[in-house]
Design a binder for this molecule. Sequence first.
Ligand SMILES: [Fe+2]
Ligand SMILES: [Fe+2]
Length: 341
Amino acid sequence: MGNAGTAGNGGSEAGAGKAGTLFRVSPYMVIPSRVGGFSLYLKQDDNYVLYAEKGELFTDAHKERLSRLGVEHLYIKSEDYSFYARYVQDNIQDLLDDESIPVRERARAWNDATVAVAREAFDRNLPGNIDKRRFRKIQTLIAKSLKFLAREDALRELARFITEGHELFQHGIAVMVLTISVLGTFVREDADLMVSVGVGAMLHDIGKLELPQEIFRRRPDGLSQQEKDMIKSHPALGVGLCSSLPLPQETLQCILFHHEREDGTGYPSGATGELLPSYVKVLTLCNEYDNLTRGPAAGRKTLTPFEALTRIKQSRSAYDPEMLKRLIAVLSKADIAPFTV
Ligand SMILES: [Fe+2]
Ligand SMILES: [Fe+2]
């Protein structure tokens, strides 16, 4: 057993509770008969002691010993975090399907895996446009998540993670979860469509990465016409960024049309409701809901779920009332918003 040094409390990164140079993870994430590319540490008093060495096979004995000891947290060194994220991604289906793991812990694992994938997709420091490998990762993760996301209790637990943060990828994750949840109320059996739309929802704002970020922090009334036009170009820029990918039509439409409105007041095409596919209508609504509740965006305050839904209801001609009803039902069942708005 070695001493890994001490660590402070720290904030949280990638949803994994960072503690100085160590990340806190749940013992539930240790799957017997899997090898982790990371060392696991236990906290004893103020010291971190090695529990399982990198490359060691986790066994049932490991897991039993953890529960016998009543261990609530394990720790991973920050330099090993990417290996842990990879391990969770590779094993996400088994983790999400494991009914012996509390839903709250599964939600945390899902969030860890999704944040890692989304953060990478939105990372402007990586070379080139979003490549096929990163795109496939998102697709695979969403496909493996559908069953879990269909659970009411999962959304309730996920809400605590997905409502946090102001990064573009965090908005993308929340809009993806909401869009899939609402879409699941009427096309649940069409998994291909759910995945295509889920990917489009996750990446809908990716075109914003092509623009100077400061224009998104300024109040809309302080922007010049040219800057307003730049903002309105982000759906087309997003499609451009993804042009080298084998994008399904539905994913493309989600990125391009997520600012269209039922009454034709949206952009870039100004198409009215009868021309918009139902999944685009779901996305436009979930995007607006998340924008209003996430804040504080430039020039407007953060609204509560109830206030946001009330605001959306007031501008009803812009949104499909049937989809709004479905969104309210989804949020209510997950205890995020009251049943009547
Ligand atoms: Fe947008
Ligand atoms: Fe958005």
